[in-house]
Design a protein around this ligand. Sequence first.
Ligand code: G3I
Length: 504
Amino acid sequence: MTSDLRQRHKFARIAVPAAVLLLVGGAVTVQSSAPAAAAETTLRAAAAKAGLFFGVAASPNRLYSIVGQEFNQLTPENDMKPDRIATSSGGLQNTSGADTLVNHAQSNNMLVRGHTLVWHSQAGALQGASQATLNTFIGNAINRWGSRIAYWDVVNEALEDNNTGRRRNQWPHTMNRDANGDGDYFDAGDTDVIRDSFIRAKQVVQAGGLTTKLCINDYDVEGLTVQGGTPNRKADALYDIVRNYRQYIDCVGFQAHFNDNPNSIITDDLQANIQRFADLGVEVHITELDIDDDLSNNDIGTGQAENYRKVVRACLNVAQCTGITVWGISDSESWRSSERGLLFTGGNGSYQKKSAYHAVLDELNKGRNSTPPPSTPPVTPSVSPSTPPVNPTTPPPTTPPPTTPNPTTGCSATVSLNSWTGGFVATVRVTAAAAPISGWSVQLTLPSGATVTNTWNANRTGSSGTVQFSNVSYNGSVSAGQSTEFGFQGVGTATGLTPVCTAA
Ligand code: G3I
């Protein structure tokens, strides 16, 4: 965990009244003021008090006073995309719009999210480039703004639509090679544009001593499930990527463009999904939030304001969810103006607050959950590609006591639960004893009425009563004393789970 995040958590715990967080050049400082307990009246102040940022996508021609008044984070909506700033050889051009936005953010004490380095869309002159050219561009872009950019979207929208769980099949993902044919790109002999781009970005950050954090960003990854309770395979695929490349990835962005598409609705398990990524030790951000105002068939709320409230609450309830960004100021100026998905009406600098605005402000003013949901220690990645050290943002482990003996051979398992009325997510940690293992299985017995609906990072036999989980191809080998994790989601109540681990 970084010092600024630690500072935020410390601040949240001590809950000093009327103290505000000031965001200065990417760092967070605490400033005390008069001992009043009044609710904050701007989104940025309420968010800062709760220990997160509240941001907006912006363009140079719309830097009205509201931007600095209401928001303390800024994402260039289009001005840092490769089609604006990249040359075909990976150099930079036309950076004036991006410079204007970064300068505006800095003079208004706003964090900046760089958006975006590697993306199949809006690639401009980089379209079709080799990894070497992408790496050149990554280096040039990161170094131009250095630590003035708090977060960079290194890879954007790598996964296919329609809940397939697959990578996209267009450039730059056409560079990927599954050398051993095992169905993933995680092995040392594989080629993976995601891994290689993050390795390059991490090298640049480390070489420059930058504080910039490196994120992966996607849409339709928000819930554990999609409409109808089907597992969200796109979210699961993103989870596998972050888990495998944890040493390069500092943060995960859920775009959160919520609309009527079955894969894009707000589901009840948004918080649980944020939590499982947080449990990997990364920060989670809601990066491009807009909510169609016609989500009457949504399963968690009937009105836009109510839906906004629920998304904000899901983030607030997970300590590692450290920021929310709305994708524009007003409905009329949104990329999706017909869905009226933002917090303001009006335009051109004259804006009116919608009920969604008041709901968000009210929810932010309530602050974070006083009893944070359980978290599990970060996972030891199952791949160990050549380079950087383990990321320093890893939070201190909160390991529960093992529920099976920890002998010198074999394995042990612990389980942590995140429950809500009618459902739960379990994260199971498998730890090898004093000798390495090459496979594992975990058995546990669910209470009557509990049923598993979704599993990740494990094969499963059974869904109720005694359920058996075993390793998948990429996480069976665990070094001595090291751990791996899998998870499952279910309906009903799951208490008193006692996992029994057997090594293969
Ligand atoms: O600026 C030109 C203008 O001069 C020209 O007359 C006009 C004619 O079409 O185009 C204008 O550029 C448009 C640009 O937005 C600025 O408004 C582009 O055509 C249009 O394609 C571009 O759309 C952007 C879109 O990304 C492109 O994929 C949206 O503004 C932007 O909000 C959107 O943002 C993406 C995120 O980057 C990634 N996640 C999804 C999100 C929504 O699609």
